[in-house]
Design a protein around this ligand. Structure first.
Ligand code: RB5
Length: 151
């Protein structure tokens, strides 16, 4: 199951990606926003990233104007690997090397067709594991050390 979230700057691209997921028969939940009214991206990034972090959902896709704000908020959550992808190569590497569980796209940056292809390649690419898993394990270790030291 894929959770989707956007602010007003990412709304149009979110709608397009919803139709892509429907065409592919992939289950998703739209966590908002649902109109073009101006909203704050952290509110919607949190809705998605918290549930990916706690294991309720395996993956998410977040959208804002640039993708930057959503990346910043999503990566605050333990276990979230949110990747701001800018082209096909970064979308593919986000899965193959980083095993990104949240893909972040900029609605004011990316042409719609490119963004749809980016989502497809991120979904379809396998995680390469091996040396890349070792690097992700280091990130997890640092996350847990930080959590221990802050509590
Ligand atoms: C909203 O105007 C804009 O700041 C937001 O969509 C995003 O680009 C933030 O990073």
């Amino acid at each position: 199951m894929i959770l989707l979230g956007s602010d007003h700057g990412g709304l149009a691209l979110k709608e397009s990606i919803k139709s892509l997921l429907e065409e592919r028969g992939i289950e998703f939940e739209d966590c908002g926003t649902y109109s073009t009214d101006s909203v704050d991206y952290p509110d919607f990034g949190e809705k998605v990233a918290r549930r990916v972090s706690n294991g309720e959902a395996e993956k998410g896709i977040l959208f804002c104007g640039t993708g930057i704000g959503m990346s910043i908020i999503a990566n605050k959550f333990i276990g979230v690997r949110a990747a701001l992808a800018t082209d096909l190569f970064t979308a593919q590497m986000a899965k193959e090397h980083n095993n990104a569980n949240i893909l972040v796209l900029g609605g004011r940056v990316l042409p719609e067709e490119l963004a749809r292809s980016m989502v497809a390649i991120w979904l379809d690419s396998p995680f390469d594991g091996g040396r890349h898993q070792k690097r992700l394990d280091k990130i997890s270790q640092i996350e847990h050390e930080l959590r221990r030291n802050n509590s």
